[in-house]
Design a binder for this molecule. Structure first.
Ligand code: ROI
Length: 164
């Protein structure tokens, strides 16, 4: 089993409901067990500012799926949420599920970069991650606690805590 960390984000079609539903669906993936879920956070959009604020969270998952099978499964969940994949890399989205970390693996393929390339510079990833895994270190040795203490919060706010 591998401990993976997943980032969740939404800023369309009731983001709060989208994130809660996604967590419920992830909890049902076979041979996966959610270990921890962060609070839900409100965040300002990174990228174009003419889009709604986001809701973000991070969860950890014990899984025996390979990283690529996990990606396939998460993309299926994104697609079922109604997300349309078009050329909107920096635009609004119904649901975004990113593999942030997969054990201590480092991977750089066309489909998957692990650790996630935005992990160290996105407050809406780093702070929820630090909430559930403060003692975690990245494969390059950087400490999540230190990174999270040194990042600008950019107005990131806890919306609600989930019981998990
Ligand atoms: N901005 C925020 N605040 N949260 C996200 O999840 C998010 N996702 C994205 C981009 C467009 C980069 N901006 C975001 O994909």
């Amino acid at each position: 089993m591998t401990l993976a960390f997943i980032g969740l984000g939404s800023n369309l079609c009731d983001p709060h409901a989208q994130i809660i539903k996604a967590i419920d669906v992830i909890a049902l993936i076979e041979n996966c067990k959610i270990q921890a879920v962060s609070s839900l956070y409100f965040s300002r959009p990174m990228g174009p500012q003419d889009q709604p604020d986001y809701m973000n969270a991070v969860l950890s998952l014990e899984t025996n799926l390979s990283a690529i099978s996990l990606l396939d499964t998460l993309q299926e969940i994104e697609n079922k949420s109604g997300r349309v994949r078009k050329d909107n890399r920096w635009g609004a989205r119904i649901l975004d599920l990113d593999i942030l970390l997969y054990g201590t693996e480092v991977m750089n393929t066309t489909r998957l970069t692990i650790p996630h390339y935005g992990l160290k510079i996105r407050e809406f990833v780093l702070l929820p991650l630090a909430e559930i895994a403060p003692t975690l270190c990245l494969p390059d040795g950087d400490s999540i606690r230190e990174l999270s203490q040194n990042i600008t919060t950019n107005g990131l706010k806890i919306h609600s805590k989930l019981r998990y």
